[in-house]
Structures are given as C-alpha cells and as structure tokens.
Design a protein around this ligand. Structure first.
Ligand code: ARG
Length: 569
C-alpha cells in the first residue's frame, strides 16, 4: 500500500512540473491518528521548504494532480500534510490477495546477502548469564527475520572455549572434581569447580600461580590438559544444546574461539608485514590515528609475553567468515559493554582491506525488582535454565486453572510453549537498548502486552474454525470489507508486509512484537463488533477471511520472534 501511494505521489509531483531535488525521497507512513486517514505524507512540506514555496499551496496542487484511481482519496491537513484514506474496495482487494500468498505480502529482500549472525556465545564452564540470554533470544529472532526476508543466513555460536578460565578449571578438575556429580549434572559440577577455584584464587597467590601454569601447559599442547579441556568443552556443549533445544534455537556452526588458535600467529605476522600493526612496548598493536574516536585507543593483538587476545581471535574469525562463507554482512549480538571492542575490530578489519558490513547489535541489561542487575537471592547471576523452568512451571499452573480439561501431555506441551514464549516476548517487546525489569506476573499475564495474550488470541481465532467444523471453504473472490472494525483489522493485516522489512533497518524485533499486539487488539475489537458465526453469505466469508489471516499473521509473526502457538490453552 505504501509503495503504491508513494508511486502515485511521485507521479503527481512530477506532473505539476516540480523537479525532485537530489537525494529527496518521497515517503508515506502509516498514520498515527486514524481519524485523519490511513496513511500520511509530509513530502509537500519538506519539498516546499527546499523550494522556498508555500507548503499548503504546494500540497493542494499535488493533491489536485493525484491520480489514485479507486485506491484511496487524499486531502490536506494542518500546514500541508497529505492524508490518504484507502477505499473499502482497495482493502477488500488487498485482503483477498493475502489469502493466496504464503509470504503474507512480505517482499523478498533484494539483493539477497550472506549474513553471518554471531550470537549467544557463552563461555565454557562459566554460567550463561543474563547477557547471553538476551543475545540468544534477540540473535535467534534476527536470524529468523533475515532468513524470511530471503537472505542466506549462517548462525554461528562463537563460544568462549579457550579463555583463561581453563587454568582454573583444569586445576579444579585435577583436585576438587566430584566424578559422581559430574556424571549427574556435568554443567553444574563444572560450574561448581570453577567457582571453588575462583574463590581460592581470590585468597591465595599460590593457587593463582598454579592455575597460570596449567593454562600455560594447555596452550603449549600438554596432552593431559588438552584432554581435560576437550572433555569440558564437550560436556558444556551438551548442556548448552539442552537449553537451545528448549528454546528452539539452532546453530549452523559452533566455531568457538579455539577454532582459530592456529591462525593467530600468522595473522599477527601478516599485519606486521603489511604495516597494519606495529610494535609498542613489546606488544603488537593496531593504532587508529586517523580515527578521532579511537586515536588514543589502540587495539592490542599480541601481548608482550606473546599471548593473543580476544580481539586477535575476532580478527581471525572475520577472515574465516569472509574466506569460507563469502560473508557480505556479520552481525554481532553482544551486550553494550563490548562496544569499544567491536569498534576496534571493525576499524582494524577495514585497515586490513576487508569489506564485509559489520554491525554490533548491542543491548542493555535485565534488572531485578530492585532495578539493579538481576541476581538470584543468594546474589549469583540468574541462570537461563532456572528462568525457563520457572516460566514453564508458572504457565502450567495457569493452564491447570484456566483449562483443567486438557489432556495431561497436551498440558505439558502447551505449558512449554507458553512459558518459553513469555520469556522470549518479554525480551523482544522491549527496545533492545533499554534495561528492562524482569517481572513474572507481567510476563505471563493473559491480559496485557505478553506472549500468552497473543497466543490466546491465536487460540481464539482457531476456535472459531473448530466450531464451524470441517469443510469451511474460504472464497477469495467474495471479500467485501464494509464495517469500520473490519477496515481496522484489514489495515493491520496489510501492515505486516510493511513492518517486517523495516525490522532489519535498525535490528528491532520489538517493532514486530508491538505490531502483533496492535493486530491482536484490532482483532478483539473486530470480534466484539462483528458477529462471525452468526453472519451469513459474503459477510461471513469476509469475516472468516479476516479471521484466517489474523491467525496466519499471528503464527508467522510470533514464529519470527521464535515463539510458537498452541492450538488450545
Ligand atoms: N564469549 C563472549 C562473552 O561471553 C561473547 C562472544 C561474542 N562474539 C564475538 N565474536 N566476540 O562475552
């Protein structure tokens, strides 16, 4: 709809003899206030300013010259806004078209690009903290959206499987490991070992020294240490896989940091040779003198003791992604505290002459009720797995109350879909940069801006079709939208095709989340105002088509957020 209106507007402007200034694009937006129409453009105002003419007069000339056919009518408001009111016939035609379109009107992005999405990336044998939760949920959703837009998406879990923590873990493995506990719950036992040694390191210089030695041995290729390291990585991966399965998050690759070990030394040598890096006080650094923001913030790629860093690994990883996968874009879904790190590696990569588009998709924190970083009662970081368990448990209780007649195994399935969906939606309905307060009650409420509310809306639509029984035939040709609330719902359904492509402009799944809430509200108002089951003929067909599309858009839209829908709840 927007494209058609923009096209008509641009023809009208040309036809009255106005040459569009360089770089000027005509824009039409969904109207914020529906009393003034469905869509709105401020093109005449912006243009008048550039041409130093009267905006209202220009708008009037443009509207007179507009040829909208049966699509819409236009009028002028305020200082020169052009408002469009789409005709019922046009809404009917669009809605009927959507019924036969499995993309629900969403265009395929052109050109299609190869996009590597780097997200989740927890550290082996360390707890997955709140930052990894956000990264996992946002990254997965962005990957789904990009994929639906027709891009070639590669998801890569760049786990921290080669950090300094291995000095502690190996020392702990050799001295304080409980094999029975390791068998029962490997991730928990590794974590316990890590925490115990970490605490000892705090108090005891000698333990710190021993851990350092273990790390040096590991890095030097000591067989025993390599074997312990390998086991830890394997066990951690299995534990993580369990969490990803519950979240329905998939990775094409798990190329962790260790994958790049052999590439680090030659990479740094190469940078020295090409002059991208130089020595400074024994360390090898990349300086960014040309960049005022980074001029006094060089990136160290090899320490004076010969050790490599997080940034060296990231530079090697970029090479790999470009060579191996021909990446056009690399997206890093990582918390805001790593902003400087990414600015540096992006700048260094440019200096090295590589050209993928790289984006640091940052996010804020999750806060507890006290508005401080969310912690457990004992003061530790909250673990994702516990959050999921509790969400599902609470959902199960609510389902038990609302719908006790569901079969036990269906109850369990629905509780998982609702609980996990609630956690994801609480995340995805916020602007990613806001720090949000975690609240169970808000997250799981059936009324309010939640996943359960959307899932319930979906269930409600499907129940209409269940009541009608088999054999409902929707007639694409007999769609006639008339009533106000039918128009409102139609407008929201058509908006899906406009909202989805806009999500990747600034990596904002929250726009989709908010859109779905608006759609559900439009549906409930429609359903209250327009009887469906009791209507007949073309009216019933039209309303059923609106219902069908509502459920398809809800299912698809939630799917792009990584959230499932139950058939009952
Ligand atoms: N493992 C890192 C952390 O927990 C995140 C890695 C993000 N990805 C990257 N390519 N640097 O902070």
């Amino acid at each position: 709809m927007i494209k058609d209106l923009e096209h008509a507007l641009s023809s009208a402007i040309k036809s009255i003899g106005v040459d569009l200034p360089e770089g000027f694009t005509i824009q039409v937006n969904a109207a914020a206030d529906l009393r003034f129409g469905d869509y709105q453009s401020n093109a005449a105002m912006i243009l008048a300013k550039r041409l130093k003419s009267n905006p209202r007069e220009l708008a009037m000339k443009v509207v007179d010259a507009l040829d909208l056919g049966d699509l819409a009518t236009a009028d002028i408001a305020g200082p020169g806004f052009i408002n469009f009111k789409v005709s019922c016939g046009a809404w009917s035609e669009r809605v009927s078209g959507l019924l036969g379109d499995d993309r629900l009107g969403v265009p395929v992005a052109s050109p299609s690009q190869t996009i590597v999405v780097d997200f989740s990336a927890p550290n082996v044998a360390k707890p997955m903290h709140v930052g990894h939760i956000r990264s996992t949920i946002i990254g997965d959703s962005l990957a789904r959206i990009a994929n639906f837009m027709g891009h070639e998406v590669i998801t890569d879990n760049h786990i921290g499987d080669w950090g300094t923590q291995f000095g502690m873990i190996i020392h702990g493995w050799k001295n304080v490991l409980d094999p029975g506990a390791l068998q029962k719950d490997p991730v928990a036992e590794l974590l316990r070992v890590y925490r115990e040694i970490n605490a000892q390191c705090g108090d005891d210089e000698t333990v710190r020294e021993i851990c350092k030695q273990e790390l040096v041995k590991l890095q030097g290729g000591d067989e025993e240490n390599l074997e312990i390291w390998g086991k830890c990585v394997e066990l951690s991966k299995q534990g993580l896989q369990g969490i990803y399965d519950r979240l329905d998050v998939k990775f094409d690759y798990w190329y962790g940091e260790s994958n790049y070990n052999d590439r680090l030394a030659p990479l740094v040598e190469g940078m020295l040779e090409s002059g991208v890096a130089r020595e400074s006080e024994g360390a090898i650094c990349v300086f960014f003198d040309e960049n005022p923001k980074l001029a006094d913030k060089p990136s160290i790629v090899r320490k004076a003791d010969g050790g490599f860093l997080y940034s060296t690994t990231d530079l090697a990883t970029i090479d790999f992604r470009v060579d191996q996968w021909d990446a056009d874009q690399i997206w890093y879904v990582v918390g805001a505290p790593q902003q400087l790190h990414f600015q540096q590696i992006f700048a260094a990569t440019k200096k090295r002459g590589l050209t993928p588009a790289m984006h640091h998709i940052a996010f804020g924190s999750i806060l507890g009720d006290d508005r401080k970083l969310m912690k457990t009662r004992s003061g530790e970081n909250v673990q994702l797995i516990d959050v999921l368990d509790e969400a599902v448990e609470r959902a199960a209780k609510a389902i038990e109350e609302k719908n006790p007649s569901l079969e036990a195994d269906e109850k369990e399935k629905v509780a998982a879909i609702v609980g996990v969906g609630a956690v994801k939606f609480a995340e995805l309905s916020q602007h990613r940069m806001t720090d949000y307060v975690f609240s169970w009650d808000r997250m799981l409420a059936l009324q309010g801006d939640t996943a359960p509310y959307l899932q319930y809306s979906y269930v409600r639509v499907r129940s209409i079709f269940r009541k009608l029984g088999q054999g409902v035939q929707l007639d694409q040709a007999a769609v006639a939208i008339v009533a106000d609330s039918e128009v409102q719902l139609a407008r929201m359904l058509v908006r899906f095709s406009e909202v989805v492509p806009s999500l990747l402009e600034d990596f904002r799944p929250n726009l989709l989340a908010n859109y779905l809430l608006e759609l559900a509200k439009a549906f409930h108002s429609f359903f209250e105002a327009c009887p469906v089951l009791k209507s007949e003929g073309e009216t019933q067909n039209t309303r059923l088509v609106l219902c069908e599309l509502t459920s398809r858009v809800l299912e698809k839209g939630l799917g792009l957020l990584g959230i499932g829908v139950p058939e009952r709840m």
